[in-house]
Design a protein around this ligand. Structure first.
Ligand SMILES: [Fe+2]
Length: 112
């Protein structure tokens, strides 16, 4: 059985250099009643390329370790950003993981 690919898990977004900022899926949360709008953007402060040679291929969101939504992205015609409403209890740990075709997997977490 092959080992799972390593994920670069970023803990402190503010301390990152430009390379890490370019790849980390930045998360913001907007509570609204029993829902939370989850906004995820790769390249929030330092834009990441999205062309044929270098691009974000997918972004996945996990809740307490279980996948709940995944976006597959085509280069040239998409931007690595999405928002999705969720209904999850306070304390749920959200993890966004993105895949760069050249630089691997990057993750960031936020708690509802
Ligand atoms: Fe990259």
């Amino acid at each position: 059985m092959a080992d799972a690919p390593a994920v670069n898990v970023v803990k402190d977004f503010d301390s990152l250099g430009d390379f890490e900022k370019k790849h980390t899926p930045f998360i913001t949360l907007e509570p609204s009643g029993d829902r939370t709008l989850v906004n995820i953007e790769v390249g929030h402060l330092v834009p990441h390329p999205q062309g044929a040679d270098h691009f974000i291929g997918w972004i996945e969101l996990l809740a307490n370790g279980s996948p709940i939504v995944r976006f597959d992205l085509s280069p040239d015609v998409t931007f690595p950003r999405f928002c999705v409403p969720v209904v999850l209890p306070a304390g749920t740990v959200l993890r966004a993981i993105e895949s760069c075709n050249l630089h691997g997997l990057w993750a960031y977490e936020a708690t509802i």
